[in-house]
Design a protein around this ligand. Structure first.
Ligand code: G6P
Length: 367
């Protein structure tokens, strides 16, 4: 296949803009259009017999797992352990036959993730992988392979693979919930409908590109940037910070909003932009009160929220980008696109090599 930039300046921009299309491939694979229910290779696992899910990955895949932990716990009432592969493989964590382990990897070749799989395989009841490259080592050594079908990803910083990993893990959480009796068929259909809205909402979020670009230019002057979120938007805050440091070389950290006062607030002054990811969900008021603590110390807020959130809390923020309304379930998927674009525009503005950032490799096949 001929892979080009399809009119974009960089592969990363092309891959960000592809997400509304590419995420439909995973949906088409995991949703049975006739019934509106999940169908999956993972139906071979009986999640009612699973006591714990172990999610292992590196980099961006790890943040997809960290978001999915919220879904598995909330929707399927399934306990989750979530770890980075380089720690997991050497920690000798106790595992049991009633654990199911899921290894998430775009390339399917990351050395630490493969080693973690090999450590876990003899001990756990089920070995699943969530991969983009179906002919990869991690896929070959798994009992069950869940493809994300995102197509070749060229930009070193992962974007479309992340949102397709999330769609795939979201579908798996719904399946696990069904098998565990945590949801009935009507609720399954409702959740599937919400997950199926992700492509359209991603496209609406990407349409905010001009405002995101304007916000990114204000970040480009900063030395440090903080990202804040709560619930599943907390791991997304870490992913947003990772994207920014990977390609713009600006130091950035993602924090749980509630941890702000336990350290990072000491960094805040008028030179530190603080990116707040805050859809108007059940935790909105809490995040906004954290945001106000930042503003009181002169911090410059870049707020991503929906229309209701903007109406309630935009005052005093340096920038507000109004995201489409969406169900809280898919908010971490929808808000991923602006987090990616923010990093992209900051790096492009600074003239950095967006697709090939220094010192990084697309696939880390050595330890
Ligand atoms: C590298 C890439 C990241 C990726 C990570 C894990 O660090 O630059 O974008 O998230 O590896 O890769 P994997 O292929 O296992 O998802």
């Amino acid at each position: 296949v001929q892979i080009d930039k399809a009119g974009h300046r960089h592969f990363m921009a092309k891959e960000i803009h592809e997400q509304p299309t590419v995420s439909t491939y995973a949906l088409a694979h995991y949703v049975d259009a006739a019934t509106g229910l999940i169908r999956s290779e993972a139906e071979a696992v009986d999640f009612a017999q699973v006591d714990r899910l172990v999610l292992v990955a590196c980099g961006t895949g790890h943040y997809a797992c960290a978001i999915a932990k919220y879904w598995f716990e909330r929707i399927a009432r399934l306990p989750v352990e979530c770890d980075i592969a380089s720690e997991f493989r050497y920690r000798e964590p106790p595992l049991s036959g009633r654990d199911a382990a899921v290894f998430v990897s775009q390339s399917g070749e990351t050395a630490d993730t493969l080693a973690a799989l090999r450590y876990a395989a003899p001990h756990v009841g089920h070995v699943l992988s969530v991969v983009n490259v179906a002919e990869s080592s991690i896929a070959r050594e798994s009992q069950i392979v869940l493809p994300i079908l995102a197509g070749p990803e060229i930009g070193v910083a992962s974007t479309k693979a992340f949102t397709s990993q999330l769609v795939t893990l979201g579908a798996l959480a719904i399946l696990a919930a069904r098998q565990r009796g945590a949801i009935d068929e009507d609720e399954e259909r409702r959740l599937v409908r919400i997950l199926s809205e992700a492509p359209r909402k991603l496209s609406e979020a990407i349409a905010c590109a001009p405002e995101i670009e304007a916000a990114a230019i204000t970040l480009a002057e900063a030395r440090d940037v903080l990202y804040l979120g709560r619930g599943p938007l907390f791991p997304l805050a870490m992913e947003g910070a990772l994207k920014l440091k990977e390609i713009s070389y600006i130091h950035a950290e993602g924090y749980a909003s509630g941890e702000l006062k336990h350290g990072p607030i000491a960094l805040v002054d008028s030179s530190v932009p603080v990116v707040v990811l805050a859809p108007r969900d059940g935790l909105f008021e809490k995040t906004i009160s954290n945001m106000q603590e930042v503003m009181a110390r002169g911090g410059r807020i870049v707020l991503f929220t929906d229309a209701a959130g903007a109406e309630a809390a935009a005052e005093g923020a340096a920038r507000v980008v109004v995201m489409p309304d969406c169900d809280p379930f898919i908010a971490p998927i929808v808000y991923a696109a602006p987090a990616q674009l923010l990093a992209y525009y900051a790096a492009a503005f600074l003239g950095k090599d967006v697709d090939q950032p220094r010192n990084l490799a697309k696939s880390v096949t050595v330890e």
